[in-house]
Write a protein that binds this ligand. Structure first.
Ligand code: PLP
Length: 176
């Protein structure tokens, strides 16, 4: 148990260090004709290390599982995703040395599957997209793993007071 606690402390440290290393994503001003009276800003979330706008969410979901005692050094992580969240979660799972299974529709683009597999994760493809969530729960049960469950946990894993969500970053960058 004590060994687990030490591992969890180190894992949280790795995720925090990753957040500190990454500069915030740029907020670009896009010029429109002045007479339109519109200020347009574009937030470029593609420059995260995983190229996915789900990079922040994935980091928060893993932190949430770690601090809740649901993720240990031998936990297999599982997610239901059409790819974008899984790409980022695979990156963080690899960083912590954890197995990761992405449960995805069989129609997921080969590019996304290749990115996830390149991070050492396994893709579990499902023919019927309506079965995605049941299959993810089943894979988690079979592996005694932890279902990250982005749709259930995003709202509680991302602190609304601002722990690096996109809105907080935009308010900060667009502020005075
Ligand atoms: C993140 C998100 C999803 C999930 O993306 P996947 O690629 O399936 O992991 C789905 N819908 C919305 C609105 C989202 O923000």
């Amino acid at each position: 148990m004590l060994e687990n606690r030490q591992w969890v402390t180190e894992a949280i440290g790795l995720l925090e260090a990753e957040a500190h290393r990454s500069a915030d994503t740029p907020l670009h001003r896009f010029m429109l004709p002045r007479e339109w009276g519109i200020d347009l800003y574009l937030k470029d979330e593609s420059v995260h290390p995983t190229g996915s706008l789900k990079h922040r969410l994935a980091r928060s979901l893993l932190l949430y599982g770690l601090v809740g005692g649901r993720i240990g050094p031998d936990t297999t992580l599982v997610e239901a995703s059409s790819g974008s969240t899984a790409v980022s979660e695979a990156y963080f799972a690899q960083m912590l040395g954890l197995e990761f299974v992405a449960v995805m529709p069989a129609s997921t683009s080969p590019d996304k599957i290749a990115l996830i597999e390149a991070a050492g994760a396994r893709c579990h493809l499902v023919d019927d997209p309506l079965r995605l969530y049941d299959e993810a729960e089943q894979v988690a049960a079979e592996t005694s793993g932890y279902y990250l469950d982005q749709f259930l946990n995003a709202e509680r894993a991302t602190d609304w007071r601002g722990n690096n969500n996109i809105a907080e970053s935009i308010f900060h960058q667009a502020g005075p």
